[in-house]
Design a protein around this ligand. Structure first.
Ligand SMILES: O=P(O)(O)OC[C@H]1O[C@H](OP(=O)(O)OP(=O)(O)O)[C@H](O)[C@@H]1O
Ligand SMILES: O=c1cc[nH]c(=O)[nH]1
Ligand SMILES: [Mg+2]
Length: 207
């Protein structure tokens, strides 16, 4: 599995704002928005482009556009904080939605929403979720997508735990991960250490 860490000073700065326990919800959301732009920018670097001749006011030249705009799939709730920024970068993208809540005891995802196009054959998919912890929520999401024919899936996460990466690797699912950090470990409650706490609660309040 290809894992790409976006190790850029500006990404580190936004991530540090998100990690800081003193950061309030509005500033946390703003930092996640900005980090999302950097992660999506890197994740789409190798995407095939369509070239067509265009006219500048001065001359003819090649114009570029994504050959096949990806499907964006934010995983609710926390992934919602990445959706608008990703969509601004790729305005032609269609968006699907998956809603999952991790059970605090078992750490297994409980699904409550699935809104996806019927067929995803030949369509790249970008899954947006700031946190990859045990990897259970991402595995669940990827299986929904591959069940609809997706073969080109990229998970875009602010943070990942080594345990979650290893878990996804073991599944053998066709997946690439783009993240700003692979942290140290998970704690006994399944939280990423040092992490940033609960990404959904920090954006929207505790449920
Ligand atoms: O890798 P995992 O161990 O599955 O954990 C990661 C999941 O946990 C968080 O969601 P959460 O269940 O807290 O829901 P929320 O977004 O509504 O807060 C996060 O946004 C991921 O979806
Ligand atoms: O550290 C973690 C782990 C799972 N989900 C979160 O929001 N944070
Ligand atoms: Mg949460």
């Amino acid at each position: 599995m290809d894992v790409h860490v976006v190790d850029h000073p500006l990404a580190k700065a936004r991530l540090s704002t998100m990690r800081d326990a003193r950061t309030d919800s509005a500033a946390f959301r703003a930092a996640l928005h900005e980090l999302t732009v950097m992660l999506v920018y890197e994740a789409t670097r190798e995407m095939p482009v369509r070239i067509e001749r265009i006219h500048t006011p001065v001359a003819r030249t090649d114009g570029y556009a994504l050959a096949s705009p990806p499907l964006l799939v934010p995983v609710l709730r926390a992934g919602l904080g990445m959706a608008d920024q990703a969509h601004k970068l790729i305005p032609d993208a269609q968006m699907g939605f998956v809603g999952l809540a991790r059970d605090e005891e078992t750490l297994k995802p409980t699904p409550y929403l699935e809104s996806l196009p019927e067929s995803l054959a030949d369509r790249p998919v970008l899954v947006l979720d700031p946190m990859l912890a045990t990897g259970g929520s991402m595995e669940y999401t990827i299986r929904l997508l591959t069940g609809r024919g997706a073969t080109d899936v990229t998970a875009i996460c602010a943070l990942a735990a080594p345990e979650g990466i290893a878990h996804l690797e073991k599944t053998g699912l066709p997946l690439r991960v783009v993240t700003a950090s692979i942290d140290e470990r998970l704690n006994d409650s399944g939280f990423i250490v040092p992490g940033l706490g609960d990404a959904g609660d920090r954006q929207y309040g505790a449920v």
